[in-house]
Ligand binder design. Sequence first.
Ligand SMILES: [Zn+2]
Length: 335
Amino acid sequence: MSAAPSLPDDAEANIGAPVPPLSARGRAQQRLTGPMLTDLTLARGEVDRSSYLRANDTWLAEAWADPATRVVVAEHGRAVCEISDERAALLFVAPAEAPEGVRFLLGVDEGGTAYFGVAGPLLDPRPDSGLRAAHLREAGPLLSDLDAGLMTHAVALANWHETFTHCPRCGTATEPFASGHARRCPADSSEHFPRVDPAMIVLVTDSDDRALLARNAMWPERRVSVLAGFVEAGESAEQAVAREVQEETGITVDAVTYLGSQPWPMPQSLMLGFRAAATNTEIMVDAEEIAEAHWYSRDGLRAAIASGELRLPPPVSIAHRLIQSWYGSELPGSW
Ligand SMILES: [Zn+2]
């Protein structure tokens, strides 16, 4: 038996179905978003992931031998970019220029160009080249749709290969397969897949349509955001929303509504965005994780930002977009 992740019945029924054509799937599929939050910064992408090519060794060898193939090198959440305050562009290298490291197929664009990632040491650009290593958090908002999708995918896989190097059953060093999208133990043949930790993040409003914003005890003074937390084992995302909000602020919620998701490979999360309605308003912070939490009207939030009392999370985050979806327009202030 394969140790592939289990799939719902309706998904399993599609295994073995004819493979759609290479082109034209990527953009439409990877622009899929939730019912309200569209074009989230790290949920963009323009290449078809071409997962059906990951086991095609002949195609993979030919693509790697093609000097037109583009390679992104990622290490510790970073990649080399040409970057300014306004925009960034990934540095792609030809396969022959790529460093040693775990190699993974990122996909193929509509023109047929193949994109690979390598988890390896970043190239060290000359100081006057305009190039430098940038973290996904910094570069993500400045990259094109194409580059943002490729960097997010490459950083997520590189983070996994950097960390999950040994078999959790027997401790033997595992080896990549499926073009770097899985690892296998040579001692017991167990298969291991990239770890993604689901986390929920929620904008809670009360009956006066005020938003609940909190400051985590580890954050700098003045920074506030919506509530977030990891989904626990054996728990649904909606259950996690209700539990975290209650634990952190004493507020109970209902009408938990999913709004969209964004990969957050820092190092390995998937952020699931929600709104929820509070059924009480008296806040009791847990005093451990949350330093303070308050209800804000739109006017109150605007005034608190204008006075310098508050700072909101940056636009790269789904938190920013959740607050914006409630606020109704571009958020004031700087990040
Ligand atoms: Zn093993």
